[in-house]
Design a protein around this ligand. Structure first.
Ligand code: NAI
Ligand code: 15L
Length: 269
């Protein structure tokens, strides 16, 4: 029997990392865990910062692919974003290139295109090639990440699937999230598709479930073999009763990025 593919999971201590630690092994992967924050109860994880190029070089040695989730996941001062999400990402790709890792699944974000007006009833879904309109320094770093991934494919043959994740949490907690929710189960399905599809070069996809109120086009994700199984609509009655429908006059509801366009949540550290 062939050995299971080894996948380096960065950001393994975080929200999505914790969910994926639970779900990805069922697809046959052996996970190697990496995060600046120690993971409670896990002794063999690599606890290191993305600034530590030596730790990264060791961490990528012998892996078949990388799922890269580590980084600042909210808005922060530019200098902090540069260090974690720009320099840190470059360090990761350099390690991957030097060690011959062929495939990265990169956690991009809807905030790379966050200032795109949200579609109203009857409007077409937002395509992946819509112009980038970052809503924060955070979103800008994700736009940079997609371009870095393209460069490492064109110049070095490192393949990437950049996943513009909507909102990946156990349940949607806002009416906006009814449109952008990615269930944990669908996130694992999408990452598995991104890890196994052939000849992806650099492919950009949106990461959402098959939501009734979806705002963007999942066709590039489906082309990788992703078949979402969940729909946020089961939470709609409760959320709409609590919060009302999206208000066309509320600036928080005007763009894909929601509140990141008006009053972005801040990275607490
Ligand atoms: P999170 O904030 O819960 O986890 C991020 C992890 O990265 C943390 O455990 C943190 O310790 C680690 N980290 C941060 N800076 C680091 C550094 N310099 N070196 C090493 N580790 C570092 O974020 P979450 O929600 O799990 O998101 C994971 C990834 O997916 C992030 O890149 C985020 O930008 C992206 N994303 C998440 C979305 C979501 O709905 N949760 C939506 C869109 C994108
Ligand atoms: C993101 O990129 C954030 O990392 C996550 O915490 C959520 O805020 C998500 O976007 C969202 O748009 O809901």
């Amino acid at each position: 029997m062939p050995a299971p593919p080894i996948v380096l999971l960065t950001g393994a201590a975080g929200g999505i990392g914790t969910l994926m630690r639970g779900l990805l092994p069922a697809y046959g992967y052996e996970l190697r865990l990496f995060d600046a924050t120690p993971i409670e109860g896990v002794s063999d994880a690599v606890t290191a910062d993305l600034a530590d190029t030596e730790a990264l070089r060791e961490a990528v040695q012998g892996v078949d692919a990388i799922v890269h989730l580590a980084g600042i996941s909210l808005e922060a001062p530019f200098e902090k974003i540069v260090r974690a999400n720009i320099e840190g990402l470059h360090n990761l790709y350099e390690a991957a290139r030097a060690q011959g890792v062929r495939r990265v699944v990169y956690a991009s974000s809807n905030h790379a295109v966050g200032f795109t007006p949200r579609p109203r009833e009857g409007d077409p879904l937002i395509p992946v090639d819509t112009p980038r309109r970052p809503d924060t320094f955070y979103g800008l770093s994700k736009a940079f990440g997609e371009d870095l991934a393209q460069l490492y494919w064109d110049r070095h043959g490192v393949e990437t699937v950049s996943v513009r994740i909507g909102s990946c949490f156990m349940e949607p907690t806002s009416v906006r999230m009814l449109s952008v929710w990615l269930s944990p189960g669908d996130c694992a399905r999408l990452f598995h598709a991104a890890l196994t599809a052939e000849d992806v070069g650099h492919t950009v996809v949106y990461g959402s479930s098959a939501n009734t109120r979806l705002w963007w086009d999942l066709s590039t994700a489906r082309a990788l073999g992703y078949e979402p199984q969940d729909d946020s609509e089961q939470y709609a009655d409760k959320l709409v009763a609590e919060q009302g429908e999206l208000d066309p006059d509320n600036p928080d509801h005007a763009h894909l990025g929601g509140r990141f366009c008006t009053d972005p949540p801040q990275w607490p550290y």
